[in-house]
Design a protein around this ligand. Structure first.
Ligand code: SAH
Ligand code: SF4
Ligand code: F3S
Length: 445
């Protein structure tokens, strides 16, 4: 009987994608996967290290697995960014862990697990690679509408607050040919939407990548017959040539949505963060995007970064008010060991002040999002049916082109996952549009 493996995933979409890679690598080596942790011989956790609360969640989970290990034999493995970040320190402080594998070491994982299962010794693989892109491995994807494709891995930006360059190593792009072949395979398997992933997705490419830069790759993936929608995340504001903006604005199957992480609206803080744009160059980019029509913008913001004064914060607040993003993720600054900010700057904004700034930005953005969504009442939006709504199995859920969640009653029209449908918007909250199907099966452009 094969060993059964249970995997729990934390963190970003890249981690979700890596779990799909791991599932495929394990299955190829004769492991079975189980959705039930009580039946597993191996418990794996794919971890995130981006903020301290990501670490806290992992420690909490490890405690419950430790209790499980006290009553039966089970191998516990920690994968992902936290494993890479803490390496041996994590094994030493948590002897309950048998196996540790970083994001570039998953090809070794089956051997490490066999080692732990059969010899009951701790094993670890945390070497970062300049080349690993898992190019020839087809991840084991969940059925549905969307499939992720990682087109590049790692990050060379070294924003001063960020742990990612240390947990995922140097930036490297996957050859375009492999990406396009994978898009064809996905289309043949019925996936309608592809999301291109990378920590810095729009810096894709180099002369040896068949001459593809990100704009050309995006357009080529969207040209694959059967793919109806292409999204991408996360881009960096520094890499938006006009050709890329044109593809987003004009390609009928590229979603008219750009996630454009701002982080701060204050130039002194942006310089300290190492973001390589200013308040004004960011604004200019927003203007260049909006000049091309209705393209939704979302963003990430960090509140309470080192030395952020009330005035610096109000620069961010005012810019968020001015730009009116469709949505924004707001994070409380969380100091990460070994980063540039940890080495050079004091984490001197009191926690209560950070929390207050997060709340203020969150409230502002909620009002802005609600305003955007309310303006859509009475209009028609096109969505792909993605699955049941979170709150009710009697409702379907999908997203607009601009990535807003849409919910409607199943009883209103006979539809299935993957169908394309036009919805008239009847009502709206800050996060969701509620509507009624007006036609089903809109022909694909
Ligand atoms: N590569 C992506 C970001 C990945 S992390 C990009 O550059 O857009 C996602 C978000 O987490 C970042 O945009 C940032 O807003 C936030 N983040 C990263 N490090 C953080 C830290 N130390 N404290 C708080 N938020 C952080
Ligand atoms: Fe982190 Fe900056 Fe790289 Fe994004 S671009 S992953 S924030 S270092
Ligand atoms: Fe977290 Fe690593 Fe993603 S730190 S956000 S899982 S790249």
């Amino acid at each position: 009987m094969p060993y059964r493996v249970y995997i729990q995933t934390f963190g970003c979409q890249m981690n979700e994608y890596d779990t799909e890679l791991v599932r495929s690598l394990l299955r190829d080596r004769g492991f079975a996967l189980t959705p039930n942790q009580d039946q597993a011989d191996v418990l794996l956790m794919n971890t995130c290290a981006i903020r301290e609360n990501a670490h806290a969640r992992v420690y909490g989970h490890l405690a419950s697995w430790k209790a499980m290990k006290q009553v039966r034999r089970v191998v516990i493995g920690v994968l992902g960014c936290m494993a890479q970040n803490l390496k041996k320190e994590l094994l030493d402080t948590h002897p309950v862990i048998d196996v540790l594998a970083g994001p570039d070491a998953y090809r070794h994982l089956p051997d490490l697990l066999v080692h732990a299962l059969e010899r009951q010794e701790q094993a670890m693989a945390v070497d970062l690679s300049e080349y690993e892109t898992y190019d020839a491995i087809l991840p084991e994807r969940k059925p549905g509408v969307n499939a992720w494709i990682a087109i590049m891995r790692g990050c060379d930006n070294f924003c001063s607050f960020c742990v990612v360059p240390y947990t995922r190593g140097r930036e490297r792009s996957r050859p375009a040919r492999g990406i396009l072949e994978e898009a064809h395979t996905l289309a043949a398997r019925g996936y309608k939407q592809v999301t291109l992933l990378g920590q810095n997705v729009n810096s894709y490419g180099s002369p040896d990548h068949d001459g593809y830069d990100f704009a050309r790759l995006l357009s080529a993936v969207a040209d694959v017959p059967g793919i109806e929608r292409v999204r991408f995340t996360s881009p960096h504001p520094k890499d938006f040539p006009p050709a890329l903006l044109d593809v987003v604005a004009h390609h009928p199957r590229v979603c008219r949505h750009i996630h454009l992480p701002l982080q701060s609206g204050n130039d002194r803080i942006l310089t300290m963060m190492g973001r390589s744009y200013t308040r004004n160059t960011y604004r200019d980019l927003v203007a260049a995007i909006r000049k091309r029509g209705d393209i939704a913008l979302s963003t990430d913001i960090i509140a309470g970064f080192c030395t952020e004064t009330d005035e610096a914060f109000s620069d961010t607040y005012e810019l968020v008010r001015e730009i009116e993003f469709q949505s924004a993720y707001v994070f409380k600054y969380s100091e990460r060991k070994h980063t540039i900010a940890w080495r050079k700057f004091p984490d001197d904004v009191p926690d209560a002040v950070k929390s207050d700034r997060v709340t203020r930005l969150f409230d502002l953005q909620r009002r802005i999002s609600a305003g955007h969504n309310r303006r859509l009442i009475g209009s028609e939006v096109t969505v792909l049916v993605e699955g049941h709504a979170k709150k009710s199995s009697q409702q379907w859920m999908g997203h607009t082109d601009s990535n807003v969640t849409v919910v409607w009653d199943k009883s209103a029209a006979p539809l299935a996952v993957g169908d394309r449908v036009t919805i008239r918007v009847d009502d709206a909250s800050a996060s969701t549009l509620f509507g009624t199907p007006v036609t089903s099966l809109v022909p694909v452009v």
